[in-house]
Design a protein around this ligand. Structure first.
Ligand code: HEC
Ligand code: HEC
Ligand code: HEC
Ligand code: HEC
Ligand code: HEC
Ligand code: HEC
Length: 495
């Protein structure tokens, strides 16, 4: 030591004193800026999807921390280097051009990185906004994405139904988006994904943005072609006029199915199971008169413990719970394929055999092996059949049905995805309209067949179709139905 003290190192100058520090500093500033850009874009465009949270709270900050680590290491290296300098060397350096050059270089880098991170943030925003991002990138969503792509809503973005606008949902969805990524990465997600979706937004803020209640009125014709699971695949068709109805008096009479829709009435119910299939208690409040009616199930009344279960206000998704992720049952899907001629109904027992093949394949360990099993089963079954090209066509159509509706990896198919519209293979409307939900005077919620629709035509194909606008009494192909048994207790959608 020669008695002279070396000048005290200055932190800022030390930080840009070497390339490691500069790199760290630029990275940290760039990612901070990117996060601010993303938050601004997200805010001003009213973005509605949860996965921006991953960018804003996870990916971008991790670059920020990496940047800080580099800056720290750079600082430490630089301080160590300066300690070793003699006072004379230090003085030369302090007045020299080296630091100026490094400062200019650092500023240039920062500018460049800020520009790039602004552009990059916008691009990242666009990507996470898309349905492909939600559906295709995340294998967990494969069942929902596949069914979505072939649904009437395939051009409606996932976020449009799942998130909707507004600040509190915005934050909520970001948090649940983060959790979903965590669950996927750590393989902690349940298979199948449980329904109902607990934090699906109330329908007025999603569905009603496009289907506003004043729009509904009148009747809708449904035409269904069934094939019995017998040797001839006997055709049976039904035409129904469904009373969709309306909910706003200025647009026509209030009544029909959309009478439930919360405009002139408020309906609340208690379900005793997770998937809302068992509903022993319903309360209707007339919004104009304030009159309240409570209906309780005679067969299955609420127990005192169940009375404390949460109450739900009925909205669109209590009936339309599958507006886009529809998982067809084997029988329903095959009915359509046979109706459209994609499977020839003249092949004996084809409906039953194809349905059996689908059910067996649903237990496979992957979709690919299920598809292979279907080919094996059906070709073996029909190896003696005279017209093999017809069998090949039937096999490939059955495989397509499997691919669109069965997801063994996620244990997802029609069995775990009840559809609440109608009452044929799920209780649906009959959760309340089963004739046993009564008010205190004993009057039941109607289960009259003509409350919701009239049957205008029915019967086998060879018979001439008689159309009646008065409504026909249902001619059940399986013989007279005992009135206390629900359709869905016999019809499960498969053999
Ligand atoms: C037309 C509105 C709509 C669109 C568009 C939509 N969903 Fe859904 N989604 C729903 C409804 C309704 C449910 C069922 C809610 C319930 O039963 O609680 C649901 C349920 C789900 C479920 C839970 C599992 C299930 O099948 O019920 C997942 C996962 C899901 N959606 C993902 C997606 C993805 C991914 C997209 C975009 C590719 C998407 N959704 C697009 C309305 C929609
Ligand atoms: C962004 C607009 C948009 C949103 C949000 C939306 N839908 Fe739709 N929906 C449409 C369009 C467009 C069609 C017509 C599609 C067609 O005819 O092919 C449609 C069709 C339908 C149909 C008739 C389906 C059929 O088989 O023809 C039902 C039922 C329906 N939507 C219910 C819902 C429900 C329930 C929700 C909320 C969970 C919802 N929609 C949310 C735009 C939307
Ligand atoms: C009580 C059950 C129920 C509720 C609640 C309900 N719907 Fe419906 N909706 C039906 C039935 C049943 C049909 C007839 C079509 C069918 O059977 O597939 C229908 C038909 C429709 C159609 C097709 C209409 C047409 O003329 O093509 C749309 C769109 C629709 N509903 C949207 C909604 C929206 C949006 C809401 C919430 C504001 C809603 N529904 C509430 C049961 C319901
Ligand atoms: C949560 C219970 C519940 C469910 C589920 C339900 N309803 Fe209702 N529905 C009621 C109640 C309660 C009434 C009023 C009963 C009455 O006044 O007789 C009613 C009345 C009706 C009416 C008569 C409306 C009028 O003009 O007075 C129709 C039509 C109807 N429902 C159709 C349906 C259809 C179709 C479905 C299935 C898609 C369905 N409901 C599902 C509880 C329910
Ligand atoms: C609470 C309303 C309601 C009542 C009561 C009702 N239905 Fe229905 N029914 C529906 C709706 C809604 C559909 C259309 C389902 C769809 O869109 O797939 C339907 C569909 C049907 C179908 C066609 C099967 C299908 O789902 O493709 C038949 C057959 C049928 N109903 C018979 C009856 C008979 C018989 C009765 C009397 C015992 C009856 N319904 C009572 C609402 C009702
Ligand atoms: C006691 C059991 C039972 C009940 C309850 C029942 N069905 Fe059936 N249904 C049958 C049998 C058996 C057949 C004959 C073909 C078969 O095996 O599926 C049949 C056939 C049908 C068919 C011809 C298409 C097909 O899949 O075979 C329709 C449509 C049908 N039933 C509708 C209904 C409706 C709607 C209800 C409720 C109103 C109902 N069924 C209640 C047992 C029942």
């Amino acid at each position: 030591m020669n008695g002279h003290k070396a000048p005290r190192p200055r932190w800022v100058s030390a930080l840009i004193g070497n390339w490691v520090g500069i790199f760290g500093l630029v990275l940290a500033m760039g990612s901070l800026f990117a996060a601010l850009c993303l938050i601004a874009i997200d805010f001003f465009t009213g973005s509605r999807q949860p996965y921006m949270g991953i960018l804003i709270f996870l990916i971008v900050p991790s670059f920020f921390w990496i940047g800080l680590i580099f800056a720290g290491v750079g600082l430490w290296l630089e301080l160590r280097r300066r300690k070793k300098l003699t006072a004379a060397e230090a003085r030369v350096e302090a007045s020299g051009g080296r630091r100026t050059r490094q400062l200019v270089a650092a500023l240039a880098c920062v500018f460049l990185v800020l520009m790039l991170s602004a552009l990059g943030s916008y691009r990242a925003f666009e990507v996470t906004e898309s349905s492909q991002f939600c559906g295709a990138l995340c294998h967990v969503m494969k069942p929902e994405y596949t069914t979505y792509k072939i649904s009437p809503h395939s051009r409606v973005r996932c976020a449009e139904c799942h998130i909707g606008p507004g600040a509190s949902w915005f934050v909520r969805s970001k948090i649940s988006g983060l959790y979903q990524v965590y669950a996927t990465v750590t393989d902690k997600y349940p298979r199948p994904i449980p329904v109902p979706v607990q934090d699906l937004r109330p329908a007025p803020e999603t569905c009603e943005q496009c289907h506003w209640p004043a729009k509904f009125y009148g009747w809708l014709e449904l035409r269904r072609q069934f094939f019995l699971p017998d040797k001839q695949n006997t055709p049976w068709n039904i035409r129904l006029l469904v009373y969709v109805g309306g909910a706003i008096a200025t647009k026509g009479p209030v009544g029909g199915i959309h009478w439930h829709m919360n405009v002139s009435n408020r309906m609340e119910y208690i379900a005793t199971d997770e998937s809302r299939q068992i509903i022993p208690w319903v309360r209707v409040t007339n919004r104009e008169t304030g009159a309240v009616t409570v209906y309780q199930s005679k067969d299955n009344p609420l127990t005192p413990q169940q009375e404390t279960l949460p109450m739900r206000v009925l909205d669109c998704v209590d009936c339309h719970n599958r507006p886009t992720h529809t998982f067809d049952s084997p029988y329903s899907a095959l009915d359509v394929s046979m109706w459209m001629g994609r499977i020839d109904p003249s092949i004996p027992y084809i409906k039953m055999k194809a349905a059996e093949a689908l059910v067996k394949a649903s237990g496979a360990d992957s979709q690919a092996s299920g598809i292979a099993q279907i080919a094996q089963n059906l070709s073996k079954e029909y190896s003696d059949y005279k017209d093999q090209p017809k069998i090949e066509q039937a096999v490939s159509e059955t495989q397509r049905i499997f691919q669109d509706n069965f997801f063994p990896e996620m244990k997802t198919d029609w069995k775990v995805r009840p559809n609440n519209i109608g009452h044929y293979i799920w209780p649906g409307c009959f959760r309340c309209h089963d004739g046993s939900h009564v008010d205190k005077t004993g009057r039941a919620i109607s289960n009259e067949c003509n409350t919701c629709h009239i049957i205008t035509a029915q019967g086998g194909q060879p018979k001439p179709e008689t159309v009646s606008l008065q409504g026909l009494k249902f001619d059940h192909p399986g013989g007279e139905i005992p009135s206390e048994i629900l359709c869905s207790q016999c019809h499960t959608g498969a053999p």
